[in-house]
Design a protein around this ligand. Structure first.
Ligand code: NZQ
Ligand code: ZN
Length: 388
């Protein structure tokens, strides 16, 4: 196992009826900006629960944060923060609202010339201060509720970029599994896929003798395989919703990624598909991961075989046959969620390949992956294999 440092200060308040706990988590004299998305919280009763819990607090609202939150929208929120001397941000929503709010928390106190630098120069600058953030999660998927990551899209240029900072880790996150009851089928499927592939990006690399992380990751994968379909079949199955929700949080709160190599190629390529074609984040990953497994089947051989044996019980055949069967099982799982795994399923053809490669070249990106060897040439190959 590699050396590591682990820090995660996020307080999790998990369970039924827990939104009522909000008043005890935010300072009484805080000026709160309540941030939310396109309005689902007003239709499913979550907004009413939050407002009831915040009785007596100073609350200003900032709604309309879109899926794959736009920098342009978030900067309007930053103006509100400054105008109303906001000192606490309460994000109520899915990954997009949480991420957008984390960006606003850092951008409002950013001392550089342009807050876009937080994303565009993420390797050169760091966030030293941010407004405190708390969250009420409404969609299990991204893990944003318990990490310091955020992904923001600049609409003008269609750049979708990420940053990460301890300073924007939420002070608390309320996880009430009943929020799952109002989720559309498509968002449940996206959430299962996203959590599954977060786990894979930290697991499907090469062995470093880290059985705690490996078995933890395998338990998240099997939990998602077992519980995900139950949530899809019966949205009000509370126990299935609770297990899905906790698996999604655990998949990207840092624990399974400590001391082990990480990949993230599927995410980095997938973000381009969302930025250019608006494909939901979870779906982009289901297109790219099978391509990464195909192209890196030799480099990842030991972990692919371990994953196949422990998660899918695939033990028969030659190494090549087993790897083929394991990739097929993974694709079948994504398809069983109702997610297309080929670019043609989304009306995208070969023209996407030079476009994506050109965008990476312009950003000076040479390669991704746990060994830094998923080169631009290999990225083109991955996309080509996933055309149809
Ligand atoms: O906007 P509203 O009206 O709230 O509707 C949303 C949105 O249309 C709806 N929704 C959310 N909760 C609901 C609900 N509808 C009914 N009932 C509920 N309880 O679902 C739609 C999608 O929401 P969104 O927040 O966009 O989805 P998700 O949670 O999948 O977030 C995706 C974003 O997170 C980023 C992605 O790139 C993408 O921008 N990610 C963030 C990460 C992180 N911070 O660590 C890691 C991930 O890999 C990912 O990149
Ligand atoms: Zn993701």
């Amino acid at each position: 196992m590699r050396n590591f440092e682990f820090y995660n200060p996020v307080r999790i308040i998990f369970g039924k009826g827990r939104i009522a706990k909000l008043s005890g988590l935010i300072p009484q004299n805080a000026n709160i900006l309540l941030t939310y998305g396109g309005g689902s919280i007003k239709r499913n009763g979550i907004y009413d629960q939050v407002i009831a819990a915040l009785k007596g607090f100073n609350v200003i609202e900032f709604g309309g944060i879109e899926a794959n939150p736009h920098y342009e929208t978030l900067m309007k929120g930053v103006e509100q923060i400054k105008a109303h001397k906001i000192d606490f941000l309460l994000a109520v929503g899915g990954g997009s609202v949480l991420d957008g709010t984390k960006f606003m928390a850092a951008a409002a106190l950013w001392e550089g010339s342009d807050p876009w630098e937080i994303l565009s120069r993420r390797n050169e600058v760091s966030v030293s201060v941010a407004i405190p953030v708390g969250t009420v999660l409404t969609l299990p998927a991204t893990g944003s509720e318990m990490n310091g990551g955020a992904v923001v899209t600049r609409w003008e240029t269609k750049d979708k970029l990420a940053f990460s900072s301890e300073k924007v880790m939420p002070l608390f996150s309320i996880l009430d599994p009943e929020v799952v009851f109002s989720l559309p089928q498509r968002q449940v499927a996206n959430g299962i896929a996203d959590a599954f592939i977060h786990t894979m990006e930290q697991y499907l690399t090469y062995p470093v003798n880290a059985p705690v992380q490996d078995k933890f990751a395998e338990s998240l994968l099997t939990t998602l395989i077992d519980e995900g379909p139950k949530v899809l079949a019966n949205r009000t199955d509370y126990d299935a919703a609770a297990n899905f929700m906790w698996a999604a949080t655990m998949a990207l709160n840092g624990i399974i990624g400590v001391g082990v190599p990480q990949d993230w190629a599927s995410h980095m390529i997938g973000h381009e598909l969302t930025a250019l074609h608006g494909i939901d984040h979870g779906r982009t990953l289901c297109i790219i991961l099978p391509g990464v497994m195909r192209v890196k089947r030799t480099n990842k051989e030991a972990k692919i075989l371990q994953y196949g044996e422990r998660v899918w019980k695939i033990t028969e055949g030659t190494t090549a046959e087993k790897i083929d069967a394991i990739i097929a099982k993974t694709v079948d799982f994504f398809e069983s969620l109702g997610i297309g795994t080929k670019l043609s399923d989304y009306g995208i053809g070969a023209e996407i390949i030079p476009t994506i490669i050109g965008r990476f070249e312009n950003r000076g990106i040479k390669a991704f992956g746990e060994r830094g060897d998923v080169t631009l040439e290999e990225i083109a190959k991955i996309l080509e294999l996933q055309l149809k």
